[in-house]
Design a protein. Structure first.
Length: 154
C-alpha cells in the first residue's frame, strides 16, 4: 500500500489486530509512532491529510486483571532466593518501599536521612532515546521503611 492510500480505517485495523497479541503499552507506543510518522509525512507534503485524525486508542495500558501483588508468603519466598544475589539489598528496598525501577536507580545519598530513617524520592532516572536523563519526580514522597533490625538483612 502506498503512503498516499493510507486511511484512518487502515490505521485502526493495525491497532485492532495488535489488540489480541500485544500488551497495551506496546500498542500505545505503536499508536504514537504511527502518529508521529504520518504527521511528518503531512508536514513534508507527502500526504494531503493526516490518516490518524479521528483514530483513538483506548485500551488501558494496565488492565486490572494484569496486576498481581505478591502475598507476604510470596515475598518471603522471593527474598529467600534473592538473598543469594548481589542485588539482594535492592530487592528488599523495592519490596519494603514500593519504589519504581527509575526511582531506585535514581536514588542519591542526599535522599537518605539516616537520623530520621527516611528516604525521600524526588527524582527518577530514565533511559529514553538512547540517553540516560534525570527527571524530577512528579511529587516528592518520603518513605519510612520498617525497622531493619526486625528481620535478617541482605
Amino acid at each position: 500500500m502506498l503512503l498516499t492510500d493510507v486511511k484512518p480505517m487502515h490505521c485502526k485495523m493495525v491497532l485492532n489486530r495488535m489488540d489480541a497479541v500485544y500488551a497495551g503499552s506496546t500498542i500505545r507506543q505503536t499508536y504514537i509512532t504511527m502518529g508521529t510518522m504520518l504527521k511528518a509525512a503531512k508536514m513534508n507534503d507527502l500526504i494531503p491529510k493526516h490518516p490518524m485524525d479521528g483514530v483513538r486508542y483506548t485500551k488501558p495500558i494496565w488492565a486490572v486483571d494484569d496486576i498481581h501483588f505478591l502475598t507476604v508468603e510470596e515475598q518471603a519466598k522471593f527474598l529467600e532466593v534473592a538473598r543469594r544475589s548481589h542485588n539482594c539489598c535492592q530487592y528488599e528496598l523495592v519490596l519494603e518501599t514500593g519504589l519504581r525501577t527509575g526511582e531506585l536507580i535514581g536514588l542519591t545519598w542526599d535522599a537518605i536521612d539516616f537520623k530520621k530513617r527516611t528516604l525521600t524520592v524526588n527524582k527518577t532516572l530514565e533511559y529514553r532515546h538512547k540517553q540516560t536523563q534525570w527527571r524530577r519526580a512528579a511529587q516528592d514522597r518520603t518513605e519510612l521503611p520498617d525497622d531493619p533490625t526486625d528481620k535478617p538483612g541482605c
